[in-house]
Design a protein around this ligand. Structure first.
Ligand SMILES: N[C@@H](CCC(=O)N[C@@H](CS)C(=O)NCC(=O)O)C(=O)O
Length: 307
């Protein structure tokens, strides 16, 4: 298999979701560590504008958003499916809720002064982060809950999770993992990375045991790759063939389009539409540094507009 190159940074929770899936499935991967703030020239040359992290590069195919990355990785590596038969709807729906509603509560909790840990090494880094994220937030359609709301949301979730795991099952929906385990894991990993809320886990023994199992998956390091090497990989590869089709009224394949998240980090990718169906949106783009690449997005949570 062409090597898996993850564009990510260590502190990124959504990246931790993918790193843990790599570990669970025993997949070798290459680690392209980007800066926590813009600019990220090689990654943007590949995506064409989409700036959220992580991004998975496989040759000249670029997969954006962890929902799509998880689906793409499902038949790779070893172990059970991320979408167990009979539980796909429950697992996907929980993963989507966690990645959106619980995420914004997690952001509130993680950036509480008493829970920050060593997130910023110095004031200049904190300032650069604040400025970068103010830019990132432009055009966003989400609401970050206040502390009391975020606390209640997380406490309720943890209580339900403790009950669910209380019958001794190894994972949220039974003996095998699902995509929901990885979504919940990265969110708890993020909330607790600062160390200020350790008692929240310590007082819930089933959640704690589950968390230790999941953390072990996240300790599966990738071999470093530089941005220039990753660009060279794309340049040397051809995007995988794809059947062209579009269910968008008036926007057939071949149209120049923008594709962007509908909720936050709405910076679009520009390219030529190859495919849009109920699952995925795929565009073709070219850049001197990458040659032709196909950029893939999930349909859920993304919008297409004509350029
Ligand atoms: N739904 C997206 C969310 C990705 C996301 O919000 N990533 C954060 C980092 S964990 C991000 O991009 N933050 C702004 C940045 O790093 O530039 C996914 O599943 O990939």
């Amino acid at each position: 298999m062409t090597e898996l190159i993850l564009h990510h940074y260590p502190e990124s929770p959504f990246s931790e979701k993918v790193r843990a899936i790599f570990g669970a499935k025993g997949l070798a991967w290459r680690s392209l560590q980007v800066s926590m703030v813009m600019p990220r020239p090689a990654t943007i040359a590949l995506t064409g504008g989409y700036r959220r992290i992580p991004v998975l590069q496989v040759g000249a195919d670029i997969y954006c958003d962890t929902a799509l990355i998880a689906a793409w990785l499902d038949d790779k590596g070893s172990g059970p499916s991320l979408f167990p038969a009979g539980q796909r709807l429950a697992a996907q729906t929980l993963a989507r809720w966690v990645d959106t509603e619980l995420f914004w509560a997690a952001v509130t909790l993680r950036f509480l002064p008493e829970n920050m840990g060593g997130f910023f090494t110095d004031p200049a880094t904190a300032q650069a982060f604040a400025e970068d994220r103010a830019n990132f937030a432009q055009g966003a359609q989400v609401r970050r809950p206040a502390v009391d709301e975020a606390t209640a949301r997380y406490a309720r979730f943890l209580a339900e999770m403790e009950t669910q795991l209380g019958d001794g099952r190894a994972y949220l929906f039974g003996a095998d993992w699902s995509v929901a385990d990885f979504a919940v894991y990265h969110m708890l990993w993020f909330i607790h990375a600062g160390g200020g809320m350790a008692d929240w886990l310590a007082s819930r023994r089933h959640v704690s045991a589950w968390m230790e199992r999941m953390r072990a998956f996240g300790r599966h390091a990738g071999e470093a790759i530089s941005p220039d090497e990753a660009l060279a990989v794309a340049l040397a590869a051809e995007p995988l063939p794809i059947e062209q089709a579009s269910d968008l009224p008036g926007i057939p394949p071949g149209t120049d389009v923008n594709v962007a998240p509908v909720d936050y980090g709405v910076m679009p990718s520009h390219g030529t539409l190859l495919r849009c169906d109920t699952d995925v949106i795929v565009i073709r783009r070219e850049h001197a540094l990458t040659g032709p690449v196909n950029v893939h997005f999930p349909r859920h949570g993304f919008g297409v507009t004509q350029d």
